[in-house]
Design a protein around this ligand. Sequence first.
Ligand SMILES: [Zn+2]
Length: 515
Amino acid sequence: MEIRCLTSESSLTIDFQSDACRLALALVFLHQSVQNPAAGTAPPASPLSSASPFHLLPGLLAMRSLLPCLLLPFCVCAETLSAEQPENTAVAFADWFEDRALRLEFVVAGHAAEHSIALQEIFEEPCWPENPAMLVPARQLCSTRARLYDVATGRLICQRSLDTLFSEYTTTTPAAHKIRRSFEFVVRFPRPKAPVKLVLEERSRNYQYEPVFETTIQPDDLHIRSESVQQDEIHELKIAGPPQNSLDITFLSEGYTAEQAADFKADVQRMSDFLMNQPPYSDFRDRISIRGVFRPSPEQGTDEPHRRIYKNTNLGATFNIFDLDRYLLSEQNHMIHRMAAQVPSDTVVLLANSKTYGGGAVCLDYCISTTGHNNSPFVFLHEFAHSFAGLADEYTGNVAYNQMYPDDQEPMEANITRNLNRETLKWRHLLSPAVELPTPVLPQPEASEKQLVGAFEGGGYVQKGIFRPEQDCWMGSLRKDEGFCAVCREAIRQTITGHLGNQPLPPAASPQATP
Ligand SMILES: [Zn+2]
């Protein structure tokens, strides 16, 4: 698949000093779409264990199977950085930015064959909560990246990865039938001191990023909205330190009525406690801040269209995303981030006040889980691993859908591979001594006792040709005594440390735990 878009003659620079340009907003371009099956991820459905409660994915895969050639993995690692776009991690924050953030709200509309992106509004946030030393992270995640260049020097001064729900929509049957839909997304970066050019790039079939949108931003643009957004009830359950030196997790209420404010606070406490007790998060307890933002919904619950249940809630979360019964997301992406902006936020979690099993995630954007099901804490951690750390699903689905990851491409996620060469295997440093590759599945309890790190066949929704690190992991099934495998723990750990500022980090030991 190739992208045919944003050639130099078709690109458009938007000057936000101009109202006309603000209204016109977008450059429109046509291309064969970049696909991203994990832009929104639903709870796994084809468990490695019959004990798993996951049972959503076959429907999702069945839908995607209609478009096998369009499917792409959703994470890209540092190796894909092109030579002309060198990694630049030495940007000194104070030289280029103020301790505030700009959040750009975008709309993307189209179908599988073409789409257009439009900038809607720019908001200022009162602080930059992320690690100021990670302005240009080496690790590339997700289907889209936003790059910020200083206009005067042309220097790359900030880079962010993101996914959009639109990229998943393009894999669906309606999108293939050219039914246009629109989706919201946001991009956030520190407030620059001087004019900057923002370039959005999307990943092509060959894992190269291609520019698809650009605009110039003047820091003194009077249209940048800097009004206070404080309006909701804020719960600071645990403050680890200054936002720039901490991982700041923000929980948003969804489907809690005014009378259920205490229920929301209790659910935030319960979910965050579960996370804090699970390696590798447990190694960073003192570095993780937990905040809840409560906004009452007129009605309790969430939409369940397959049951003809519709609830008036503040973020509009709904099951049946892309017609899948257990796939839960909110498509009000702008409102999610406006609500989260009331507190310093590195990553956002929506808690939906429902007993129905389900959840979903958008890579490096947000995740959502219901709170009233017995397995809700496990669903939350599984979805959080997608949205926070960009991990892949390790479970298998219908073998007919073996094009989720192209045969000729190594999946870029940290926790699945097609490569069985122990000298080049991406998790070779974690392999158990003398482990056989591929690694035979062991019976229980031997499997749990040995916890071999090898290459077990089956993962990434297929039973053959893709391998996972351990026999069991929460990215593959929800056997409650498993936790995350060693490779997933390492990837999560790296993501956490990337959010932490210049303070001593906890020791590396992260034993497998029983939650
Ligand atoms: Zn794993």
